[in-house]
Design a protein around this ligand. Structure first.
Ligand code: NAD
Length: 734
């Protein structure tokens, strides 16, 4: 055998330890070379009498992250090439053959006559977990980092190397479907409880236990290859099966609005597969897998949520010449809602925080937020008291600017008032080192404007967090006119340290994310004014793929904040810059009825604990009421997405977005823009600029100039261009 990714050691009992350890990679992944080697290993072991069984383990700190998704991207490109040159049949055959290969290898491993065991430590996900599912015995270490799971659905795919078939034969169908739909990472003990693995033991013992098991079970077979095997939830066509399948389809549809072809494919693959013997079930799965690989949704989701997200996290936009910045202490100014969250995520990354507010009481209150979050973690069994103590020890509350001396970075999160920010900036710059970067978390004030308060505008930058800080994965970094490379590098290094995903945008009112999402909320207000039933507006948002309807979203971010932003925009840019309809609605809600949103239990909804109901008083905002049966729900969905995507196209034309990856990653992570589309620009690329511009024009005719396609789109439509094609050469243009 010629192996480079695995090393083989055979013990005196003929049990092989195959250690997977890919050189030049920090994490094992499944590549064509790995598949070739697995083929060889199976052939060799099956044909060598002295070998009695094999344990597969990893030589790294993790087992494996699964298949190399760029390999799937490459096969997508080859499919497109064959489609053009050799036609659909040859292209489809290629895709089926290449995508079914891993599944066939695993089945051969499972049935080659020699037993296999997997010793899992660390992350074991996707195609790698499917490898272990094909082994007759699975043991995992009891380490907190050990996680198994099938997260494919999160990038628009599904487990196509036997995962849907084996999981559904190990667990009750309802639980198996939930696991496949959610794609969550599961800790060892929970995985054992779910029957996904057989045993849990300390890391140093797992290989030995696996070897002992193989010795004791030389003729082991998978349960489904053993006579008398019964499905955990009985047959599909049985009384028990009928309890599961009708609600399963309904739940899948409710949760996804049928926007995710992969979810539907999981459902079909399990439903059809469970009615067949294993080998046929695997063939069914492979066919659905090849079909999903061809879907626009999978292509867009893989590109945005795996490839681009990874590239941005690794510093795709980092100025290459700037030396790496080590951030040991961050000064957080303002210990309010945002400052408290920023202090928490910073301390969680092992960085010391000086948390400053106007008085000690406010600063202490901000620190108490970290205490609360850590206590919640302890209650859920995810942290220990010692972790909380260590984290709290890293946060030092203060009201004295002198304590900021010696910090490596400033993140300012005081009131959204220019004069307050000015005073704080001046007092801070008076004590911190001359080369320290100053970042503002402002959500509305242009960075170039705020930088005027600073003596060192090239060291001034925006680091815009989203709320709640501890949950939201995105951070928007904003470059002012004078922001220098070192400020950008420092901001990116900090964001990387706190394990968030950065996008880098140029300065503009609302930056990128808020510009798009405020349009979504505005469209909801306009629909309300038109007389569309509020419940229909909300459902149209969810059906379009948004996490919540526009009215709910407005309640979450606070209506009074919306009212403040509207007034600030009016003051700065004049009355024409705001929508009179929106002004009327917000004034009615905030000023006349003191309905501020979820925060005071009263917004477009009435809140009662966790329950909420649309506020009946909304009727007063609707002079006319349209007949729901006469409203085109498809058009509502289009309006809600197009208004955001069109704004994203405008941010490209304005030069706010210079790299399409950032608009796409930013829109999904920042405000949940229909993830199946791959993000705001992929939504346009996916349907084609021509079709999108035509859709805009149709909406413009009916609903007014806010839907007028911008110059850039018209040009792209005429030339048949995509954002990714057009902007390919302009990446890195920060
Ligand atoms: P907040 O009112 O909850 O907190 C502001 C804090 O700043 C308060 O604790 C206040 O005491 C403190 N502060 C005010 N003046 C000060 C001074 N002179 N010196 C020291 N501390 C002072 O507000 P927030 O929601 O946390 O917003 C803070 C910033 O973050 C704003 O710029 C806001 O636009 C931005 N932001 C907010 C959100 C959000 O969802 N709330 C999201 C992104 C960005």
């Amino acid at each position: 055998m010629k192996l480079t990714n695995f090393t083989i050691e055979t013990d005196a009992d003929g049990i092989v330890l195959a250690t997977w350890d890919m050189k030049d990679r920090s994490m094992n992944v499944i590549t064509v070379a790995v598949m070739d080697e697995l083929d060889q290993i199976i052939d060799h072991f099956a044909g060598t009498e002295a070998i009695k069984g094999c344990v597969i383990a990893s030589g790294k700190d993790s087992f494996s992250g699964g298949a190399d998704l760029t390999m799937l991207q490459a096969s997508g490109a080859e499919y497109a090439r064959l489609l053009k040159t050799k036609g659909a049949e040859a292209a489809n055959q290629f895709l089926l053959d290449s995508s079914a290969r891993l599944s066939k290898i695993y089945r051969r491993l499972e049935t080659c006559g020699k037993p296999f065991a997997a010793a899992i430590h660390g992350t074991c996900l996707g195609g790698a977990f499917e490898l272990t599912l094909a082994c007759q015995f699975r043991i995992a270490s009891d380490d907190a980092r050990t996680r198994v799971g099938l997260p494919e659905v999160k990038v628009g795919l599904f487990p196509g190397a036997g995962g849907t078939q084996r999981v559904a034969r190990l667990m009750p169908t309802g639980d198996a479907l939930q696991m496949l739909f959610k794609g969550e990472q599961i800790r060892a003990a929970a995985a054992k409880g779910m029957n996904l693995i057989h045993a849990v033991a300390p890391r140093e013992q797992i290989v030995q236990i696996a070897k002992d098991w193989l010795k004791a079970n030389p003729a082991a077979k998978a349960p489904w290859d053993t006579e008398g095997y019964k499905l955990p939830s009985n047959k599909v066509y049985s009384a028990a099966g009928m309890q599961i399948w009708p609600p399963a389809s309904a739940i899948a549809r409710r949760e996804t609005q049928d926007n995710y072809p992969a979810v539907r494919a999981i459902l079909s693959s399990v439903y059809e597969g469970l009615q067949l013997p294993m080998d046929l079930g695997l063939r069914v799965e492979s066919r659905y897998f090849a079909k999903i690989l061809r879907s626009t949704e999978a292509a867009m989701m893989i590109r945005t949520l795996f490839v681009s997200k990874g590239e941005l996290e690794k510093g795709a936009r980092r100025p290459p010449k700037a030396p790496p910045q080590t951030i040991r202490t961050v000064g957080v100014l303002g210990a309010g809602f945002m400052g408290a969250g920023i202090a928490y995520v910073t301390a969680q990354a092992g960085i010391d925080v000086i948390l400053l507010d106007r008085d000690m009481e406010a600063a202490e209150k901000g620190k108490a937020y970290s205490h609360k979050l850590m206590t919640d973690q302890i209650m859920k069994g995810r942290a220990k008291t010692a972790d909380r103590d260590a984290l709290l020890a890293r946060i030092r509350p203060t009201a004295d600017y002198a304590d900021l001396k010696g910090v490596d970075l400033i993140v300012e999160a005081v009131f959204e008032q220019q004069d307050v920010k000015k005073g704080v900036t001046e007092q801070t710059e008076a004590v911190i080192g001359k080369d320290i970067i100053f970042a503002s978390n402002t959500s509305t004030i242009p960075i170039t404007q705020l930088a005027k308060n600073s003596k060192r505008p090239e060291q001034f930058i925006g680091i815009h967090f989203f709320s709640p800080v501890e949950k939201m994965l995105l951070v928007e970094i904003i470059l002012g006119e004078k922001t220098g490379d070192l400020a950008l590098a420092t901001a990116l290094d900090y964001v990387r340290a706190i394990r968030k995903t950065p996008i880098v945008v140029n300065d503009s009112r609302g930056f990128f994310a808020n510009r798009c999402v405020l349009n979504y909320i505005l469209e909801g207000h306009l629909m309300l004014d038109e007389g569309i039933p509020p419940a229909m507006i909300e459902n149209a948002g969810k059906m379009a793929g948004m996490p919540v309807g526009p009215l709910s979203l407005n309640d979450e971010v606070a209506l009074d904040l919306g009212w403040k932003i509207l007034n600030a925009t009016k003051a700065d840019l004049g009355p024409k810059a705001v929508s009179p309809v929106q002004e009327k609605i917000l004034e009615f809600m905030v000023v006349k009825n003191e309905r501020f949103g979820r925060k005071n239990g009263k917004g477009f909804y009435d809140y009662d604990g966790r329950n909420k109901k649309l506020w009946p008083g909304l009727a007063k905002l609707q002079k006319k009421k349209l007949d729901p049966d006469k409203i085109d729900i498809g058009e509502l969905k289009h309006r809600l997405l197009v208004t955001q995507a069109l704004e994203a196209a405008r941010t490209v034309e304005d030069g706010v977005i210079v790299d399409p990856r950032e608009a796409d990653v930013g829109s999904i992570l920042g405000f949940g823009f229909a993830p199946y589309s791959g993000g705001t620009l992929s939504y346009i690329d996916g349907m084609g600029a021509k079709a999108f511009a035509a859709l805009c024009k149709e909406l413009e005719k009916k609903h007014g100039p806010r839907f007028k396609p911008n110059k850039l789109l018209v040009e792209m439509a005429a030339k048949g261009e995509t954002f990714y094609g057009r902007m390919a050469g302009r990446k890195q243009a920060a």
